[in-house]
Design a protein around this ligand. Structure first.
Ligand SMILES: *Cc1c(COP(=O)(O)O)cnc(C)c1O
Length: 420
């Protein structure tokens, strides 16, 4: 199906139905103006060319209208977040009322914990995957501590078995069988940032709910990369950022999902703010909080419009390209990457990401035995932007909207050169 030669690669790029989308992005270059092989969209997505126009529009309207821009701007700022809702909802497989763009990821995680982590004396433990992103682990530990629990006792790690790199669902089942009565919450990353493993979200949710535990997902490495079908999974909540696969710029706003069964649930604690208040009476400055039903009711502050403008620029590209088409190309591009790496036939190399395309997104985590960070430095010198994780893993993520088959081919050529 795949061939390891440049003619094949050029043909694949020509046949690619999404090939024109690369031109919609600013691709970083070296000092001589030659494009780098950028495979770090899992860390910071590239800038769409349209983004500056979207930002400029809001800057112009701010200059022209001042505060009146809230209602008079071309895209009025008061409801601005609503302009993002439909396309965002499609990308995470949620109903529009279940999602909102607000704050940043770790902040949203804490806000969701206020509502969905309500420990009791006997049911207070939290399960996370063992290679969770550090911020998630810190958030969980600090939540346990905040509620008066010891994190050594309260935090349960779902770990790969000795000598393995991936988490097995059976082992999570075992944890729930043994300690489910004490587990209040499962908080799992959808696609693990380190291994690239995509967990079975629906099975995890069903398992948690069977044991009366709530279930939340961190989609940081999933959103824009895989289709999490959040509504169908039945998860209680989810959070994500938009600056990785969603290309909205460094530190841009994050997103939040609250399942519709919780839309009007007044039993949940929540930290409230005026932006979560009934839109009809928000400016009456009433004394009693009246939450907007659904995810919007968890908003605190009036949001950063410039950041939302950047998210909008990117979501518009996802919308026209079609997320199904993006995923289709993603699978093909990543399988091609896997094929080329296997063609290297180098016993030092072990791809730790699952082989099954249904159990991963676009990222491959490549372990290079006895390598050190110098390998990464050499790749960078050879014009490849990738990510290094100690002790010996290179993470590469061909992003289907702007990466080409040629990028993937070039990466493997340069990896080979550096390894020799
Ligand atoms: C990128 C990432 C973060 C970063 O959190 P911020 O609050 O956006 O800085 C947290 N968790 C995971 C799993 C991530 O991939």
């Amino acid at each position: 199906m795949y061939e390891n030669n440049l003619a094949f690669v050029i043909q694949k790029d020509q046949e690619d139905p999404l090939k024109n989308y690369r031109k919609e992005f600013l691709i970083p270059t070296n000092d001589e103006g030659i494009e780098l092989v950028y495979l770090c969209g899992n860390s910071l997505g590239l800038q769409p060319k349209k983004t500056s126009n979207y930002l400029q529009q809001e800057l112009n309207d701010w200059a022209k209208f001042g505060v009146e821009g809230h209602t008079d701007a071309k895209n009025p700022w008061l409801p601005y977040h609503e302009f993002l809702t439909n396309s965002m909802a499609k990308i995470v497989g949620a109903k529009p009322s279940e999602i909102v763009i607000m704050n940043s990821l770790t902040t949203n995680l804490h806000l969701m914990m206020v509502s969905f982590y309500q420990p009791t004396k006997n049911k207070y433990k939290i399960v996370i995957e063992s290679d969770a992103f550090p911020s998630d682990k810190y958030a969980m530990e600090s939540q346990l501590k905040f509620h008066g629990y010891d994190s050594n006792d309260g935090l349960i790690l779902w770990k790969p078995r000795e000598g393995e790199n991936l988490c097995r669902f059976e082992d999570l089942e075992k944890i729930m069988e043994d300690q489910g009565d004490e587990i209040a919450l499962l908080m799992i990353g959808s696609t693990n940032y380190y291994s690239g493993q995509l967990y079975p979200l629906k099975k995890i949710t069903d398992l948690g709910h069977k044991h009366n535990s709530l279930v939340g997902f961190d989609l940081a490495h999933g959103v824009g990369n895989i289709q999490p079908n959040l509504h169908e999974t039945g998860a209680d909540f989810a959070v994500w950022c938009t600056y990785k696969y969603l290309n909205s710029g460094p530190g841009s706003l994050g997103g939040c999902f609250v399942h519709e069964r919780h839309a009007n649930n007044t039993d949940l604690n929540r930290f409230a703010g005026w932006w979560g208040h009934n839109k009809q009476t928000r400016f009456n400055m009433r004394h009693e909080f009246d939450a907007i039903p659904g995810a919007e009711g968890w908003q605190l502050s009036n949001p950063a419009i410039l950041s939302m403008a950047a998210i909008r620029a990117s979501l518009d590209l996802f919308e026209t390209a079609g997320f199904k088409n993006i995923i289709k190309k993603s699978k093909s591009l990543t399988s091609f990457l896997e094929f080329l790496i296997n063609e290297l036939n180098d016993d030092r190399i072990n791809i730790i990401t699952p082989e099954n395309p249904e159990e991963r997104g676009c990222q491959l985590s490549i372990q290079v035995k006895s390598a050190n960070k110098n390998l990464h430095t050499q790749l960078t010198k050879n014009g490849v932007i990738s990510d290094w994780r100690e002790p010996d893993v290179i993470r590469v993520a061909p992003a289907p909207l702007y990466n080409s088959y040629q990028d993937v081919f070039e990466f493997v050529q340069r990896l080979k050169k550096v390894l020799n």
